[in-house]
Design a protein around this ligand. Structure first.
Ligand SMILES: [Zn+2]
Ligand SMILES: [Zn+2]
Length: 642
């Protein structure tokens, strides 16, 4: 059970970067945040209200000073909307991560011009610096007030509060309202002192949202906005949001012809030739490293009888995530992980202490049954491949192996200009296995970090119940964090459940330790991350097409074919644009495809057998003889220069 699971599931995009992440994942600003959710974890002193309750609707998400400002901006937006659309009915307007929203029932759909007008009106209110005033009213009075002002949703919330109080046989406390200027809202607060304290803001988008998330209730219009303490922070946020959209791997995947998704196989990518090329390049780079490090590659079946999953514990604990099939009256499953099958190969012969470390690598195709509603691009899929390995070591080899693995991870991430960050998760309170062995293993992990000179954060008691683990996170070019890989030092699960042994130097059977290791993690997700990290402009070594040759006229085509052959002979991936397009169009197309080099051939170049590379950034490099150019580009690719 377990192992690389965490690595395959959530992509964590914490802190300031979360909205850019949400925008990239969901397409619309903050759309990933549900109604009434504050985005961030609620502070401890705030009780989490029941889902869908009136209490939850009243939670303004204003648990910090910044959130209070964001929620205050929502009030000011509601004031503006009421002013511009008298008769608008107000839903709720909480702070969310990086901003706020408010839901409205309006007579017609909002347009971008409406958002501008609302912003304009909001600026007036902010300039007027109205104080936010809290008042408490008896529930009946508050209800009458909102009913008289034509606000049925507010009335409904008060009625729900009254019903809940009645059911709990307690009196309904007074209802708090907040006023600023002439605007009054049903609200628990808190707010900033006055509208003048609201920082630079921008309204971002409108989306439909059912009242109380219930598709049987009215569809309201939700206006999203963002607000920051300073202009610089607002500008940075807007830049990051726009950039994240431009880099969205689902969009670039189509533009660059890398992969596509189809409803005939939800959650599984169709890899087009260029995407498959990137895949093969990543695999080849990893295989080269694995050869150097003494891994041996294996391949194990997809369809596995349930008795193996019963032995591993998956059948009991993980069945919901497994695709199960019945064949000739027997139950099978598509494998959700490779671990148990690797033990079959381990046990295929008697292992001696001399055989260890035994490093078994597998590019295993895995299937996990994620709910269809949670599937998203390459980052949340049902079918994926891991660059998986199971390394079987003697306890005395553990420290060196971990140190080597940390080095592997740093090397691999270095190929992409990514700096891995390590978190060390230690023994949880409920753990299987010998406590002395746990202590020893954790000591070795600490020592390995120290000897490698690598810093890490500690996650006390956050290991799995059978293994201390090391989580690896990277930060991409937009400052977003992604969890990619995990090392688990498995003391119990594979070794004991599968009764693994080796014969020590005294002829006695001993238990090995198993290390679960994936460096890319899921290839699908890793490619998704790389597409966004590079914005599709892959470095030469990773680019599916490294150079496009552009003959200016038809008479230059034979020479273009000759140059193509020279470059291909050095292992470079090259295309000739032999279309009827004009030269400028050919260059523009190659730029849109983010091809690293364009080589334009005209009379002069053909005559001299030279080419002057032009980079995708538009830099014109000096002309070089074909063979010299081919050697230079091949060296750049070989060295994986960024
Ligand atoms: Zn409020
Ligand atoms: Zn594993």
């Amino acid at each position: 059970m377990g192992e690389h699971e965490a690595a395959d599931r959530a992509i964590r995009k914490p802190g300031a970067a979360s909205a850019a992440g949400a925008a990239s994942a969901a397409g619309a600003a903050g759309a990933a945040v549900g109604a009434g959710a504050a985005g961030d974890e609620p502070d401890e002193q705030f009780e989490v209200p029941e889902r869908g309750s009136a209490e939850e609707l009243l939670d303004a998400g204003a648990h910090s000073e910044l959130d209070a400002m964001r929620h205050s901006a929502a009030h000011v937006m509601a004031e503006a909307v009421l002013d511009l659309f008298p008769g608008a009915k107000l839903g709720i307007g909480p702070a969310i991560s990086d901003g706020f929203y408010y839901d409205f029932e309006l007579p017609r759909p909002l347009t971008p011009e409406d958002l501008e007008a609302i912003e304009e009106r909001m600026r007036l209110s902010i300039a007027a610096d109205h104080p936010f005033i809290r008042r408490e009213l008896p529930a009946e009075e508050a209800r009458a007030f909102f009913a008289a002002h034509g606000q049925p949703f507010k009335v409904e919330i008060i009625d729900d509060l009254a019903a809940a109080a009645k059911a709990a046989r307690r009196p309904l406390p007074p209802i708090s309202i907040y006023e600023h200027g002439s605007f009054v809202d049903l609200c628990k607060g808190p707010h900033v002192a006055s509208t003048g304290r609201i920082g630079p803001f921008r309204l971002l988008a409108v989306a439909g949202a059912y009242w109380r998330g219930d598709e049987k209730r009215p569809m309201l219009q939700r206006i999203y906005g963002t607000v920051w303490p300073t202009r610089e922070e607002l500008d940075l946020y807007l830049w990051r949001r726009a950039e994240a959209r431009k880099r969205d791997h689902r969009r670039l995947g189509v533009q660059l012809d890398l992969f596509s998704f189809h409803d005939v196989s939800p959650g599984a990518a169709f890899w087009h030739p260029k995407g498959q090329r990137i895949w093969r390049i990543l695999e080849a780079a990893m295989r080269e490293l694995q050869e150097r490090r003494g891994y041996q590659e294996i391949s194990t079946p997809q369809l596995v009888h349930r008795k193996l999953w019963q032995q591993s514990g998956h059948w009991d604990l993980y069945a919901e995530s497994m695709f199960r099939l019945e064949i000739e009256g027997q139950e099978y499953s598509l494998k959700p992980m490779n671990c148990p099958e690797s033990t079959i190969i381990y046990r295929s012969r008697l292992r001696s202490y001399r055989d260890l470390p035994l490093r078994l690598a597998e590019y295993g195709r895995l299937h996990r049954n994620e709910r269809s509603g949670t599937l998203s691009g390459l980052t949340r899929v049902r079918h994926f491949v891991q660059d998986d390995s199971h390394i079987y070591v003697r306890p005395d080899q553990l420290r060196d192996e971990i140190e080597a693995l940390l080095g592997e991870i740093r090397e691999v991430y270095g190929w992409f200009g990514l700096e891995p960050r390590f978190a060390f998760a230690t023994k949880p309170d409920k753990a299987l296995g010998d406590p002395a062995l746990w202590e020893k293993a954790e000591g070795y992990i600490r020592e390995a970090f120290e000897r490698a000179g690598i810093g890490y954060t500690l996650k006390p008691k956050d290991g799995t119940f059978y293994a201390p683990k090391i989580d690896i996170q990277v930060e991409d070019a937009l400052g977003r964090s992604w969890q990619t890989a995990t090392l688990q030092i498995d003391l119990v699960m594979l070794p004991e459940r599968f009764d693994l042994e080796y014969i020590d130097e005294h002829g006695q059977p001993q238990r090995p330790i198993a290390i679960h290791r994936a460096v890319y993690g899921s290839l699908e997700r890793f490619i998704g991350i790389l597409v966004e990290h590079f914005g599709g402009a892959f470095p030469l070594w990773l680019a599916p097409v490294q150079a496009v040759i552009v003959p200016i006229a038809d008479r230059h085509l034979p020479a273009a074919r000759d140059l193509e052959a020279v470059l291909r002979s050095r292992g470079l991936r090259v295309e000739v644009d032999d279309s009827d397009n004009r030269m400028q169009n050919k260059i523009r197309l190659a730029q849109e495809q983010k091809v690293p080099y364009m080589l334009v051939l005209g009379d002069r170049e053909v005559e001299a057998r030279t080419a002057a590379p032009r980079t995708r950034a538009g830099e014109q490099q000096p002309a070089e003889a074909w063979a010299a150019l081919a050697d230079r580009l091949a060296a750049e690719a070989r060295e994986r220069r960024l």
